[in-house]
Design a protein around this ligand. Structure first.
Ligand code: COA
Ligand code: MG
Length: 280
């Protein structure tokens, strides 16, 4: 099943969880961490567990627990694990060791680490391949690390990431592919700016991300479209596969005046396979 769009829903908003079920998100991330004030955590855990038990599962249902060192995660797990979330999102993850620590407490549940939220996390981005059987993907965040290191912002005035955060995005992308798991782009916070979102999500797919997190329902159709190959892309991919099939024994071809060779064939096959993977 494809994982193009993952919508955050605050754990203390059961009304929004119900609404979100009817939307086109491939997964919901029911949040117990930053979207929930400390006083609201107990109610959020209960709402989340109740929802997991009662919801008709169209979208996959993930839960973002609190960080391993928060003093809150034991209670999160005690309340939600029995209700069988499809995956756990681990904020402030710090590499393979943190995944193994969570997996030991939540056996059999796949983990999606948010892998760039502390300074130490950055030096662990290559380690997830050691726990590839425990993680379903890798994602990153651009908001928590600046706060952790006393930086003013992760963005230039025009909205582009500054060089340190472009680097984290790239390391997450390659860390995910090195582990052979989904590479999930981080949220686009300006949720009224759908044009900006479309460009951001297209750039993510161009670069090799396979899906993206969302914070608002209006973002879902834009994200799903960006991570779905267009008819033109599919036609070109098919033409490339056909061209190689018609020229057995040739590894390099003239394709409408452009050289194509093995990587192009691999890319074309990958795109065609992607189009055949069902979405929920
Ligand atoms: N999930 C489900 N429904 C949502 C939603 C979400 N994340 N965000 C908004 N909606 C619904 C609202 O309930 C509202 O529904 P209605 O028209 O039936 O009343 C509709 O979408 C429009 O909402 P809108 O008024 O545009 O947004 P808002 O100002 O109420 O909320 C946010 C804006 C950012 C607070 C809200 O989108 C949100 O909480 N997002 C998730 C934040 C989060 O979890 N962050 C942590 C990870 S970064
Ligand atoms: Mg956060």
């Amino acid at each position: 099943m494809r994982l193009r769009s993952l919508l955050f829903v605050p754990g203390d908003r059961p009304d929004r969880m119900e609404k979100a079920l009817g939307l086109e998100a491939d997964a919901l991330i029911l949040d117990l961490e930053d979207a929930v004030a400390i006083q609201a955590k107990p109610a959020a855990r209960k709402n989340t567990a109740d929802f997991l038990r009662s919801a008709k599962r169209g979208s996959r249902l993930f839960v973002r627990v609190n960080p391993l060192d928060s003093g809150l995660i034991d209670e999160d797990l005690a309340v939600v694990l029995d209700a069988k979330p499809d995956a756990l999102v681990l904020p402030k993850a710090e590499g393979a060791a943190s995944v193994a620590a969570l997996a030991a407490r939540a056996p059999g549940i796949p983990i999606l680490p948010i892998a760039t939220e502390t300074p130490a996390a950055i030096f662990e981005l290559g380690s997830y391949r050691d726990v590839r059987h425990l993680v379903l993907g890798l994602t990153w965040g651009a908001e928590d690390l600046p706060a952790a290191i006393g930086a003013v912002s992760s963005r230039e005035e025009d909205g582009r990431y500054t060089p340190p955060y472009e680097m984290l995005r790239s390391l997450t992308l390659f860390g995910a592919h090195a582990a052979g798991v989904e590479a999930i782009e981080t949220v686009y916070p300006a949720f009224r700016d759908l044009g900006g979102l479309a460009a951001y999500a297209r750039r993510a797919r161009r670069d090799g991300f396979t899906g993206m997190m969302a914070i608002h329902p209006a973002q879902l159709s834009v994200i799903n479209a960006a991570f779905t190959p267009t008819a033109d892309e599919l036609a070109e991919a098919q033409a490339i596969v056909d061209a190689f099939a018609e020229n057995p024994g040739k590894a390099v071809l003239n394709f409408n005046g452009k050289m194509i060779d093995t990587p192009h064939l691999k890319q074309a096959r990958r795109l065609l396979a992607l189009a055949e993977t069902p979405s929920p």
